[in-house]
Design a protein around this ligand. Structure first.
Ligand code: GDP
Ligand code: IMO
Ligand code: MG
Length: 430
C-alpha cells in the first residue's frame, strides 16, 4: 500500500486543490500536513467554487475521511467558519479529524504578524497576515498552545496566563498599540475548543490504523517548494516545510509509506508576495496571463498575483528535493492564444551559466533567464477544452503535447495529470 503526496513545485497556487479533489476520488483519507490558513485551495464542482484554507480539499468526496495533521497551525475561528460554510453547501464534515498536537493560531499571532512585516521593511515577504510566522515561531520556541490545550479549559487558562503577558510585552516592544485582554481571549478560545472538541484526536494513531487496514491515503501539501522554510526563497517564503518529506513529520506516519509523490506545476509561474522572480513578466503579457481562465488573484487575500513564464531551474530543484514520481501540469488553457511561449531552461549570472537554483537572494535577483521558445496553441473555449480532455491526451493540440513532452524530457519525470480548465471534467489523468 502506498501513500500519495501532492506538493506544489513553484510559489504556491499551482492548482493543488483541484488536483487533490481529482485524486481524492480514489482515496479513503485526505490529510493536510503543514501550513495553515495562509493556504487557499480552490475546487470547482459544477458551477460551485469552494476555497479551502484549513479543511482538506478531499472534504467534498464523501467517501473520504479528512485529517488536519499535527504539522498544521490552526486558526479555530477560521476552521469553524469553513466547517459551517461547507455544511451550508450540503456537505458532511463529520468525517473530519484534527490532530491534538497541531498548534493553535492565537489572536496575538495575527497582530504580531502585521507588526513584524512592517519592521522587516524590504525583508518582509508580503505575508497573508494570518499569523503563520508568529505561530510557527512559538511552536519552535516552545511558547505554543496546541489543540489538546484548546479543548482543556484548565490547561488553556494556565498557558494563556503565562503567554498573554509575554505577547503584550512583545507587541509593546514592537511599537504596537493593541491591548491583549486575557479574559476576552480565554472566553473566546474556550468556546472554540468546545465546538472543535468532537473532531480532535490522536491522528497519528488513527492514520496508522487506516494504513494497516490498507486504506488509500492522500497527503495534501500547501504552499509550494519555493516557499518552503528550508528550500524556498528565504526570507520571502512561508514558515513551514512544504516539501514531500514534511508529510511524514506533519502527519505522524513513517516515511517508507510515502512512495507516490505527485508535484503540481502551473504551465507558467505565479507569485503573490515579494522577493526575486526571474521569469516575471509585466505589461500586456502579464495582464493576459492574469486575467484569463478564472484569473490570477490570491485565493486567501485577493491580491493580484505576479506572473511569469515556466521556470525549469525552479522545477528541476523541486523534482530533486521532493523525490518526485510524477507531475500534474495545470492551466494549459490559459496559455492558449499566444503566438510563442517561452520556457526558461537556465539562468546566467554575470555572464556565467547557473545550473542550480541559487540560495542567495542577492544572486537570484541578478539571474537572467535563458529562454527556449515554443509554438503557441489556439485559445479554445472551456467547453472545447472539456471535450478535448474527454478524448484524452492524444486529442490535445500538437503544440500542447510538444510543450509537455519538452517538460517531461527536461525534468525526467512523467506528466500523469493534465489540467486544461477549472472544472473536474477539464482534466486528463492516467
Ligand atoms: P492551490 O493553492 O495550489 O490549490 O491553487 P489556487 O486554488 O490558489 O489557485 C489556482 C487557481 O487556478 C484556482 O482558481 C483554480 O480554480 C484554478 N485552476 C486550477 N487548474 C486550472 C486549469 O487547468 N485551468 C484554469 N483556467 N484554472 C485552473
Ligand atoms: P497555497 O497553499 C501562495 C506567501 C505569502 C507571502 C509568504 C509568507 O494556496 O498555495 P505567510 O502568510 O505564509 O507568512 O506568507 O508566502 N504564501 C502563499 N502564496 N499560495 C499560498 O498557499 C501561500 N501561502 C503563503 O504571499 O509571500
Ligand atoms: Mg492557493
Amino acid at each position: 500500500m502506498t501513500g500519495t503526496v501532492v506538493v506544489g513545485l513553484q510559489f504556491g497556487d499551482e492548482g493543488k486543490g483541484k488536483i487533490v479533489d481529482y485524486l481524492a476520488d480514489r482515496a479513503d483519507v485526505v490529510v493536510r500536513f503543514q501550513g495553515g490558513a495562509n493556504a487557499g485551495h480552490t475546487v470547482q464542482v459544477g458551477d460551485q467554487l469552494y476555497a479551502f484554507h484549513l479543511l482538506p480539499s478531499g472534504v467534498l468526496r464523501t467517501r473520504s475521511m479528512n485529517v488536519i495533521g499535527n504539522g498544521v497551525v490552526i486558526d479555530p475561528a477560521q476552521l469553524l467558519k469553513e466547517i459551517e460554510e461547507t455544511r451550508a453547501l450540503g456537505h458532511s464534515v463529520e468525517n473530519l479529524r484534527i490532530s491534538d498536537r497541531a498548534h493553535v493560531v492565537m489572536p496575538y499571532h495575527k497582530i504580531i504578524d502585521g507588526l513584524e512585516e512592517k519592521l522587516k521593511g524590504s525583508l518582509g515577504a508580503g505575508t497573508t497576515l494570518r499569523g503563520i510566522g508568529p505561530s510557527f515561531e512559538d511552536k519552535v520556541g516552545r511558547f505554543g498552545i496546541r489543540m489538546c490545550d484548546l479543548v482543556d479549559p484548565v490547561a488553556l487558562r494556565e498557558k494563556l496566563e503565562t503567554m498573554v503577558p509575554i505577547k503584550q510585552r512583545l507587541i509593546d516592544a514592537y511599537g504596537g498599540t493593541e491591548r491583549l485582554d486575557l479574559e476576552t481571549i480565554y472566553k473566546e478560545q474556550v468556546e472554540y475548543g468546545l465546538r472543535l472538541a468532537p473532531f480532535v484526536a490522536d491522528t497519528s494513531v488513527w492514520l496508522d490504523g487506516a494504513i494497516r487496514r490498507r486504506k488509500r491515503v492522500l497527503f495534501e501539501g500547501a504552499q509550494g517548494t519555493h516557499l518552503c522554510i528550508d528550500h524556498g526563497i528565504y526570507p520571502f517564503g512561508t514558515s513551514s516545510d512544504c516539501v514531500a518529506g514534511a508529510a511524514s513529520v506533519g502527519a505522524g506516519v513513517g516515511p517508507q509509506f510515502l512512495t507516490d509523490i505527485v508535484g503540481v506545476a502551473k504551465a507558467f509561474t505565479s507569485r503573490v508576495g515579494t522577493g526575486p522572480f526571474p521569469t516575471e513578466v509585466e505589461g500586456s503579457t502579464a495582464e493576459y496571463l492574469r486575467e484569463r481562465g478564472g484569473g490570477e488573484y490570491g485565493t486567501t487575500t485577493r491580491r493580484p498575483r505576479r506572473v511569469g513564464w515556466l521556470d525549469l531551474v525552479m522545477l528541476r530543484m523541486a523534482v530533486r528535493v521532493n523525490g518526485l514520481v510524477s507531475l500534474a501540469v495545470t492551466k494549459l488553457d490559459v496559455l492558449g492564444g499566444l503566438d510563442r511561449i517561452p520556457i526558461c531552461v537556465g539562468y546566467r549570472f554575470d555572464g556565467e551559466a547557473v545550473k542550480e537554483f541559487p540560495a542567495s537572494m542577492r544572486v537570484l535577483s541578478r539571474c537572467e533567464p535563458v529562454y527556449r521558445e515554443f509554438k503557441g496553441w489556439p485559445d479554445l473555449s472551456e467547453s472545447d477544452w472539456i471535450a478535448t480532455a474527454k478524448k484524452g491526451k492524444r486529442a490535445l493540440p500538437e503544440a500542447v503535447r510538444k510543450y509537455l513532452e519538452f517538460i517531461e524530457a527536461q525534468l525526467k519525470v512523467p506528466v500523469r495529470i493534465i489540467s486544461v480548465g477549472r472544472p473536474r471534467a477539464a482534466t486528463i489523468g492516467h
